[in-house]
Write a protein that binds this ligand. Structure first.
Ligand code: ARG
Length: 301
């Protein structure tokens, strides 16, 4: 474990190759409200949403990552938030079962995409919203509940992947998915190296109940604690490759904290997509496994 000395030194960080699934927000709008950010009375600008999303897409490619696309379905304005489209580890995809009727029609499209792309596709029995509420941190799955994914989905996801699950209860309706209140900063290095997992996280303490905060403090003593101010601009809804951390330009304090820890924050503004209650991470589903061999050969070229 790190001593105070090593904790204050700037550790060397390494970027790791990522493969993501995204969905262009061609049909983006806010015409219903299923979270406190969504105000159907406020106008949305689909072209602006697409332009902002495109910057994120282009950045991932610039960083050397691979991005797959799923066809946007008309009538499903929230489909841009692909993090809710599944949870994928080792080529196996656990399909979501959305809490709200407005999004339920997205699930079959994601299931079809996984099957067509060679994933071992597991249909759910329990309500769950994919990587919005499940985050892989080292060898364990951090699982959110309280607003969307049901507690029983935590047992199910544990069985599907044969991994330990840490249940975290969300208590602030603005932070209704785990990925709005917590971000995993480091890659999964435990398994790859045959050693214990060493993942670090950043989170917004007040978004969790006391028991969950305690669990986080015990498991992640070096975590970055993010201010309410940075949390409120969706600073934690970010994507990290282990070195580059894509965050909202409005999360000033978090940007500084990341730099101090040796990460490279890159600012991408998705203000239009925030009108739907989503940000960078919401628009990004990590695809672990299946075709990763192919990507490694490509990356090495
Ligand atoms: N409007 C969407 C919903 O409420 C936003 C989803 C955000 N996704 C996320 N992974 N946090 O379902």
């Amino acid at each position: 474990m790190s001593t105070p000395e090593t904790a204050t030194a700037t550790p060397a960080r390494t970027a790791h190759h990522r493969r993501y699934l995204m969905c262009k927000p061609e049909h983006f709008t806010v015409n219903y409200s299923i979270n406190p950010w969504m105000e159907p009375a406020n106008p949305t600008d689909t072209a602006k949403a697409v332009a902002q999303w495109q910057k994120l897409y282009d950045l991932y490619l610039e960083l050397g990552h691979e991005v797959e696309l799923i066809e946007p379905l008309a009538g499903y304005p929230d489909m841009v938030y692909t993090a809710n489209g599944g949870f994928v580890i080792g080529g196996r995809a656990y399909v979501p079962s959305f809490y709200y009727a407005q999004r339920q029609g997205e699930a079959p499209a994601f299931a079809d995409w996984f099957r067509a792309n060679g994933f071992d596709t597991v249909m759910p029995e329990e309500i769950n919203e994919g990587e919005g509420d499940f985050l892989l941190a080292g060898d364990v799955i951090l699982a959110g509940t309280g607003f969307r994914s049901a507690g029983d989905s935590h047992r199910e996801v544990s069985e599907v992947f044969g991994r330990e699950v840490v249940t975290l209860t969300l208590v602030d309706p603005r932070f209704y998915h785990l990925d709005t209140a917590l971000t995993v900063l480091d890659p999964v290095i435990g398994e790859a190296n045959g050693g214990p997992a060493a993942a670090n996280i950043a989170y917004l303490p007040h978004a969790f109940d006391d028991a969950s905060r305690k669990a986080l403090e015990e498991r992640f003593p070096d975590a970055i604690l993010v201010s309410d101010e940075d949390g409120a601009v969706f600073g934690l809804n970010s994507a990290s490759d282990g070195y580059n951390v894509i965050i909202s330009p409005r999360a000033k304090g978090f940007e500084k904290q990341l730099r101090e820890r040796g990460y490279n924050p890159i600012l991408i503004d998705l203000s239009e997509l925030l009108l739907g209650g989503g940000g960078i991470k919401c628009c990004t589903l990590e695809l672990r496994g299946a075709l990763s061999e192919r990507s490694e050969t490509k990356g090495g070229a």
